[in-house]
Design a protein around this ligand. Sequence first.
Ligand code: FAD
Length: 581
Amino acid sequence: MTHAAPNQPFDHEVDVLVVGSGAGAMTAALRAAHAGARVLIVEKAAVYGGTSATSGGGLWIPGNHLMAGCGIDDSEADALHYMTQLVGDDAPAANVRAFVTHGKRMLRWLCEHSHVAYQAMACYADYYQHLAGSRPGARSIDPLPYDARALGDDFRDMQAPHRQTRVLGMIGYSNSEGAVLLSKSPGWFKLLLKLTLAYFLDLPWRLRSTRSRRLTMGNALIGRLRRSLLDRGVPIRLNTPLRRLVVDEAGAVVGAEVQREGKPLRIRARRGVIAGSGGFEHNQQLRERYLPKPTQARWSAASPSNTGDLLVEGQRLGAATRLLDEAWWGPTMHIAGEDRARMLFTERSMPGAIVVNRRGARFFNESVAYTTAVQAMYADGNLPAYLVFDARYARAYPFGPLLPGGMHLNWLQPRHIRRALLTTAPNLRALAAKLGIDAAGLEASVARFNVFAANGKDEDYGRGENPYDLLYGDVRVRPNPCLAPLAEAPFHALEIHPGDIGTKGGLATDEHGRVLRADGAPIAGFYAVGNLAASVTGRHYPGAGATLGPAMTFGFLAAEHACADLLDNARPETPPNPPTN
Ligand SMILES: Cc1cc2nc3c(=O)[nH]c(=O)nc-3n(C[C@H](O)[C@H](O)[C@H](O)COP(=O)(O)OP(=O)(O)OC[C@H]3O[C@@H](n4cnc5c(N)ncnc54)[C@H](O)[C@@H]3O)c2cc1C
């Protein structure tokens, strides 16, 4: 076994060493610090927050305490039933139960003991509406915006939001606001105006930064967690990658060797190492070893510093793995020069766009959730796939970084982005020729789809027939908000890739987040959370927020396990950590 020698002296000592600074890791750090543990976070990147900071920040938490406010009830039995149908044998039943039971407890604890604050998304439906136990909304929750000023100088070190979650790359919006803007629900234009004016009229802040002071989505979640950690005196060491776990003679993890300012630094972790270092999204070698082909690191929308370091380290220590061929899939586009891909969360669903393969044929319901969309792409196999739409669609809806053409603002986008995005032609035949796909197939697919649009019924794939499909439909389009004909020239197409927002296979863990060996025994002192651990949701994506919800729940549970004796003896409130050097 290759690991750092246990007998060398340590340079530092803490109770809990947390690796990575995504939402799962930060939740673990906060829970442990509240229990009275001395906690240190080490982060490989030059900024904190990981992919979590660039995400929507949404959590999927069945039975959460905010659901009642939307008039949607829930029960552990229904949530378990829904999950069990999806997960099957792909995750241990005890882990599924732990998530359902403790997710809501984790959320309530955060809302009561930290700056974390959420609102339920009443219309954000679970992704598999046909399954018993699903809900039409409110298991998915949206972080409340946060004022960056509360972070002081620490704001500078926070990972900026993903480009795709800002209007014109600048103006942030919450998930709830995004749903209104995208579906053109009543009041959408007034809301856009309000957000735009608030951004540009925030003059003192504009002189300091182009980044918005009003943090939304993943930035709101990470900002709120960071403020809470600052209140507890928990430091984050940036540019400090973990290189090795330190293991004692009995095989327990007792610390780690990190790299700091070019030098190795040994940190003893008395109560354990909780690693939330992300998946292996940006490690091309590991992608090729484990994921279905074709696969490219540049098709991932996740953080480039997530290269599977702790997965490899865990495997060296004899950890078992599960689901390494899986990811939180999503169709993506990649623009040359950008360090990560952009997801197509909503564009497929808007009326007047279809997805076709090389034969010019549709092959699935374009309005399904993103993971299902990529599963359909791999199952069809006739890649690449293209999103095709007409001039009316381009005028009416945002597309990637482009605003609805009717707003006449796209000249504000850099020219290379405008050029990179679309292939355009005056008719479908010419478009197919430019793309190198079957022209007759494309013409036939569009003709057939246009009949479905006129009748409001997709006879082939049932698009627009359930609450999730309708989320990103256009409420003004009747009779089916997800269907409109592709009829007005010019026609546009974009190649879409089978990308991801993170890998979801990883180290096998138990219901406390402890990493397990092949024989099922835990590796003492070693916990894995977030995308480093094999997902509790198996091969499916139960609802929006199903990556962060479990990441934070198991971060919380891992900290409670590592600090169990402190919690047993805890006074109701423990004072903040003394500063750790
Ligand atoms: C545009 C977008 C929107 C999304 N929206 C949502 C959403 O609303 N809800 C949801 O549930 N999911 C969403 N996701 C997915 C979600 O963001 C990720 O699945 C999640 O953030 C993964 O969390 P993590 O803690 O595993 O990894 P991360 O948040 O990426 O954190 C891992 C951290 O570990 C650090 N690290 C890596 N290696 C080391 C090392 N050797 N030493 C020290 N540190 C290391 C990395 O630098 C990184 O900062 C979205 C993703 C994207 C791209």
